[in-house]
Design a binder for this molecule. Structure first.
Ligand code: NAI
Length: 345
């Protein structure tokens, strides 16, 4: 199979080429992201392999279909960047990697919580400069605190397991109940109750039309004063301007984000010698109680190996005309996504 791989970084080549050994696919690596300007690079490729910030709107998909593309292979779980109605109209199938390492994202989310709480980022710099003062580094014990987990799927459960290990009380919100979450002592509550009671709120639900700006000004106002908000889900789960406002007023105690609404213009590139023109993002960087990472929560060796293997397995299944176990359909995006579960609230 001829595969056009967009948004290729050296690590994508390493893991995809490694996993392709013995499979015989012809992998063509393109550094640029997929967009209307770059879509013609895929002409003659039946399969196009993309990542989180590649654009797959109707216009791009029409160009791809015109060039003979029949399969979009996402190297990620989320598919909010794909116009699935257009793919169905154009006869293009879409596959994804539904789970590659929920541990990678959960561990990163908890790492962000610990950093914001115990100020590791500040302590690291201070000690290197010979400043051993503890002023401003005061944190709190996680033990006995309440953690609110929005989205009790694979990553939400892993996060709950780690936080339960710290001795946190776990509240969760999800339209579907997950017995695993309940087994960890997680109590299902309304979003309002979760926001009002949690010292830490962490988002692990997908971005859907229903969850867009799930945390907006009114929800921020319902949070416990001084609480911490962590978002490793998708940037647009949070209204960033409202968050800036809440940070300025001192209501929101700390913010950790691995994803950002407008990250497509920034992340996965070295912009260190360029001007950052996004004023909202630049404002976020000025707060001492904000920690931003550039969509790296998934980035572990384990996850990269799994992403490469499942992506090439998905493509192989399509080539052999098999049922696509990891296929994505428009119906999934139109409704709240949840794995089949025994009990439904
Ligand atoms: P999952 O499908 O196992 O679980 C998602 C859960 O969210 C489901 O139980 C679903 O019912 C629930 N949900 C959907 N809409 C909701 C809403 N409005 N409110 C509360 N819960 C809602 O997905 P998984 O693997 O746990 O991943 C969660 C999200 O994490 C992904 O959709 C993706 O956007 C993000 N992610 C981020 C990564 C990163 O590197 N930062 C890497 C991988 C995933």
């Amino acid at each position: 199979m001829k595969i056009a791989v967009f948004s290729t970084k050296p690590y994508d080549r390493e893991f995809l080429s490694g996993s392709n050994a013995g499979r015989g696919n012809e992998l063509h690596y393109f550094e640029p992201a997929l967009a209307q300007e770059t879509a013609r690079l895929a002409e003659g490729f039946p399969t196009v392999c993309v990542f989180v910030n590649d654009r797959l709107d109707a216009e791009v998909l029409e160009t791809l279909a015109g060039g003979g593309t029949r399969l979009i292979a996402l190297r990620c779980a989320g598919f909010n960047n794909v116009d699935l109605e257009a793919t169905e109209r154009l006869g293009i199938r879409v596959v994804r990697v539904p789970a590659y390492s929920p541990y990678s994202v959960a561990e990163h989310a908890v790492g962000m919580m610990l950093t914001l709480n115990r100020k590791f980022h500040k302590a690291y710099n201070r000690v290197r400069e010979g400043n051993f003062s503890l002023d401003g580094l005061l944190g709190f014990d996680f033990h006995g605190r309440t953690a609110g987990i929005v989205g009790s799927g694979k990553i939400g459960v892993c996060t709950a397991r780690i936080l339960a290990g710290f001795g946190c009380r776990i509240l969760t919100h999800d339209p579907y109940e997950n017995p695993e979450m309940k087994g960890l002592g997680g109590r299902y509550v309304s979003l309002d109750e979760l926001l009002a009671e949690s010292d830490i709120v962490t988002l692990h639900c997908p971005l859907t039309p229903q969850s867009h700006h799930l945390v907006d000004a009114s929800r921020l106002a319902k949070m416990k004063p001084g609480a911490m908000l962590i978002n490793t889900g998708r940037g647009a789960l949070v209204d960033t301007r409202a968050v800036v406002h809440s940070l300025k007023s001192g209501r929101l105690g700390a913010l950790g984000i691995d994803v950002y609404e407008e990250e497509g213009e920034l992340f996965f590139r070295d912009l260190s010698s360029e001007l950052i023109l996004d004023d909202v993002f630049s404002r976020l960087l000025t707060f001492p109680n904000v920690l931003i990472t550039g969509h790296q929560a998934f980035f572990t060796k384990n996850a990269m190996e799994e992403i490469a293997t499942v992506t090439l397995d998905n493509i192989g299944a399509f080539e052999r005309g098999e049922k696509l176990a990891n296929g994505v359909s428009a119906a999934q995006l139109a409704t709240t996504v949840a794995p089949p579960r025994p009990s439904r609230k």
